[in-house]
Design a protein around this ligand. Sequence first.
Ligand code: C2E
Ligand code: CA
Ligand code: CA
Length: 266
Amino acid sequence: MQRGESIVSPALAGALRRALDAGELTVHFQPQYELASGRLVGVEALSRWMHPDGRLLSPHWYLPSAERFGLIRELDAALLAEAGARVAGWRRDGDDVTLSINISPSELSPAFAADLVARSRDAGLGPGALTVEITEVPVIPYAPHQVAALDHLLAHDIGVAIDDFGIGNTSLELLRRVPLSEVKIDRSLVQSGDPAAGDLAIACVEVARARGAQVVAEGIESRPQWDRAREWGCDRAQGYLLSPPLPADAVEKLVRRERLRERGTP
Ligand code: C2E
Ligand code: CA
Ligand code: CA
C-alpha cells in the first residue's frame, strides 16, 4: 500500500524505462538497530530515482507506474543486484549486517522465489543474509502458490517479513497462518499514543514469538517510541531517530564505525 499522492501514467512509465536504462535508479539504505544492545544489525534497501534535474525522487512517485506498466520486476532485480553486492562486500569484510529488500506482492510466485534464491546467491549473499519484505494488505488472502513461494524462500534461508503490520485490514490471523520469519510493525502503531495500538502491537509480538519470528518496529522518531518498542518486546528498530535512509557510502561509514566500536577501538 502506498501512502500519499501518487500518479500512474504511461508517460511516467516511459520516463522510468529510460531512467532504468540510464542507470538513474539507485538504492538508499536505512539502518536497523537491535533494541536490546543498540547495535546496527541490518539495513533496508529503498529505491531512489536520481532525476537528471537534480531531484531525488521517492518511490511513491514511480512505483505505482512501474507496477502498472510491467517494470517492477526489472526495478526490483536491479535493486537487489546493487544492494546485494554492496552488503555482501561489507559482510566479507566482517560486518555482520543483514539486508532487507521490498518486493511487490503481485510478483510473488514459485518461479519468482526460485529466481530470487539464484539472484541472492549471484549477489554474493550467504545464507541468512537476505530478508524479503512483503506488504500484507494486498495479499489477503494468500493464494496457495504464494504460500508455496514463501515456503521456498524460507527453505533456502531467505527471510520473509510481513511489512506494514497495523495498517489496512490487519489480521493477527494472517500472522498465525502465513510462512514468515519477521513482522514489521507499521509506524502508525509505533507513533500512536492510543492504548489500542499498543495492545495490537503486543498481540503481534506474541504471535510472532510463538512462530519463532522477529519483530521490527518501524518509524521510530522519538526516544519514548524507542522505549515503547522495547517494552512491547520488539527485536529491532528503524526510523528517523536512529537514521534516515542514506546513500551506500554514508551507511558504509556507519557500518564500519559499528565494527570498530564492537572491537573496542575508540
Ligand atoms: P516501506 O517498505 O514501509 O519503507 C519504509 C518507508 O518509511 C520508507 O519510505 C522510509 O524512508 C520511510 N521512513 C523510515 N523511517 C521513517 C520515520 O521515522 N518516519 C517516517 N515518517 N517515515 C520513515 P520510502 O523510501 O519513500 O519508501 C516507500 C515505500 O515504497 C516503501 O515502504 C516500500 O513499500 C516501497 N519501496 C521502496 N523501495 C522499494 C523497492 O525497491 N521495491 C519495491 N517493490 N518497493 C519499494
Ligand atoms: Ca519495507
Ligand atoms: Ca514498512
